[in-house]
Design a protein around this ligand. Structure first.
Ligand code: GUN
Length: 282
């Protein structure tokens, strides 16, 4: 049976560490303020935004909610982002994705000041990561690195296979594993003989977006399996991209859904907000 990586516990530890550092900043008269922008009322986004606000309250970061109607134009949203860029009392800006189809996400992401890009989605942040410079790192992959490190799973020299190449998870994940000296392969929908590739992995990251896609046939015995997916199954229960019951019996370590990667994303967002302020002191 695999070791279950407890993302809930580890994310709690990180939040407590952030809370302590936020308190230290407060004692010096520095407050951290995060602007959270949501356009429209996508139910999943509303839940995520609510959880982000709750985490802010917990660690002592002041969250500023901007709830805009679905009909908001791209120009109106750009104007708000520019206003927040110029507001020195705002340290981080988060525009919840997805945006309504009439707004170009790229355009919005590029307009957020790289100094306040706590999501790590700005091309400058992505470029910095790819050439090993300091910068904001996308929260979900950053959280996965923390899960591995804090579970004592070594990355250096290991075969790391990432399934999925999204800008938010797959690509930054591959760059981070490379930065940690892993030997990295990225697979995607056009990959041939996927099972043969994933079976080589010591660390397998599943970010495919298909419920329970990864079964035991994709996994090398003893491998560490990280599940980024979140879906509802036929009984309305949460499940991931990994078929947990089947993979648990062959893997060496595995993240559950819920309670694995999910809680880490928000903790790393809190960490990024803290870093937005701490970096100014360096
Ligand atoms: N939508 C899904 N995940 C994310 C995220 O990490 N950040 C933002 N801004 N939107 C998202």
């Amino acid at each position: 049976m695999a070791y279950i990586i407890d993302g809930k516990r580890i994310s709690g530890e990180i939040k407590d560490e952030v809370k302590e550092r936020v308190e230290r900043l407060k004692a010096q008269g520095r407050e951290i303020r995060l602007a959270v922008v949501q356009v429209g009322s996508d139910p999943a986004s509303t839940v995520y935004v609510g959880n982000k606000k709750k985490a802010c309250d917990y660690v002592g970061i002041c969250s500023l909610a901007y709830e805009l109607p679905e009909e908001t134009t791209e120009d109106e949203l750009l104007a708000l982002v520019e206003k927040l860029n110029e507001d020195d009392s705002v340290n981080g800006i988060l525009v919840q994705l997805p945006l309504p189809v009439h707004i170009r996400e790229d355009k919005i992401i590029e307009t957020i000041s790289p100094k306040k890009d706590v999501d790590g989605f700005h091309p400058q942040s992505v470029g910095a990561l790819s050439i090993g410079r300091e910068g904001f790192v996308s929260c979900t992959p950053a959280g996965i690195i923390e899960l591995l490190k804090r579970s004592g799973i070594e990355i250096a020299g290991k075969e790391c296979v990432v399934v999925g190449r999204s800008n938010i998870v797959g690509k930054p994940m591959s760059m981070l594993l490379l930065r940690e000296n892993g030997t990295v392969t990225v697979c995607h929908s056009k990959t041939k003989n996927l099972k043969e590739v994933t079976k080589r992995a010591d660390i397998l990251v599943a970010a495919i977006g298909k419920p329970r896609f990864i079964t035991e046939e994709y996994v090398k015995p003893g491998a560490c399996v990280i599940d980024v997916g979140i879906h509802r199954n036929e009984n309305n229960k949460l499940c991931g991209d990994v078929d947990f019951e089947r993979v648990e019996s062959v893997a060496g370590a595995i993240t559950p859904v819920p309670g694995g990667v999910g809680p880490m994303t928000i903790s790393m967002l809190m960490y990024n907000c803290l870093w937005a302020v701490e970096r100014e002191y360096k």
